[in-house]
Design a protein around this ligand. Structure first.
Ligand SMILES: C[S@@+](CC[C@H](N)C(=O)[O-])C[C@H]1O[C@@H](n2cnc3c(N)ncnc32)[C@H](O)[C@@H]1O
Length: 223
């Protein structure tokens, strides 16, 4: 990723510009694949339920990273956790998240914070979160920033807490995407960054029911 490290400012600015122009809809969040949202959420729910309760992870507070319009907060995290915080770099998406979550005022009242910030700069509060969910956003961080962010996430976990990374994985190496200014890493590169961050993989699975033509999607539960 040498070139990207050299032109870091452009890498982040171009991504911000790209997302500002994307409609604040589920289809916008999923690059036109809004139809996979149900399968995605169901797979994530099954994974989280392994850890909640008997699994030793509490259901107090979750953080949705790169939350966008709150697709995951609404369908996965608010039904399972007492409080949910959202962080995203695109203000328009967080504004839409407030509107969309407002469909259920009782659930919306359990949102703690809407943080408008890039994950490369975001410092989650220490010892606050039972689950930190990071989905379809790590490709927007450089290697160094991803490692540092994962370290800060680990420090923000409560006892029994989990960091979950769910994202596209390439077949080999780093595949850049100049359209949205991101990269897709292969699984061994991603695992290397997780290890550098000092996190341990406690569970790993590949989403089985997604369309064949998209990248493989892997979920790593870390602590
Ligand atoms: C593919 S969408 C995924 C949204 C959400 N995680 C979901 O699965 O519905 C990527 C999101 O990452 C956000 N994003 C891009 N770069 C970011 C950064 N550096 N820090 C935080 N959020 C970022 C975008 O604004 C967008 O909401």
């Amino acid at each position: 990723m040498g070139e990207i490290e050299r032109d870091q400012a452009g890498f982040y600015a171009n991504a911000e510009g790209y997302w500002k122009a994307v409609p604040p809809t589920v289809d916008g969040m999923l690059g036109g694949y809004g139809s996979i949202s149900n399968v995605d959420i169901n797979g994530s729910k099954a994974l989280l339920q392994r850890f909640l309760g008997e699994g030793g992870t509490d259901n107090g507070c979750a953080l949705d990273c790169g939350a966008g319009i709150g697709r995951i907060t609404k369908r996965l995290l608010l039904p399972l956790f007492r409080t949910v915080d959202l962080v995203d770099v695109t203000r328009e998406f967080l504004d839409q998240a407030r509107v969309s979550l407002g469909d259920d005022p009782a659930a919306a009242a359990r949102v703690g914070h809407y943080f408008c910030c890039g994950l490369q700069d975001f410092v989650p509060e220490k010892n606050r979160y039972d689950v930190i969910w990071i989905q379809w956003v790590i490709g927007h961080l450089t290697d160094e920033h991803l490692v540092d962010f994962l370290r800060r996430c680990q420090a923000a976990l409560r006892p029994g807490g989990l960091v979950v990374v769910k994202d596209n994985v390439s077949y080999e190496g780093v595949v850049p995407d100049d359209v949205d200014s991101s990269v897709c890493r292969d699984l061994s590169l991603l695992m290397g960054l997780v290890e550098r961050a000092g996190l341990r993989v406690v569970h790993r699975e590949q989403e089985q029911n997604f369309p064949k033509e998209i990248y493989q999607v892997h979920t790593l539960a870390l602590r």
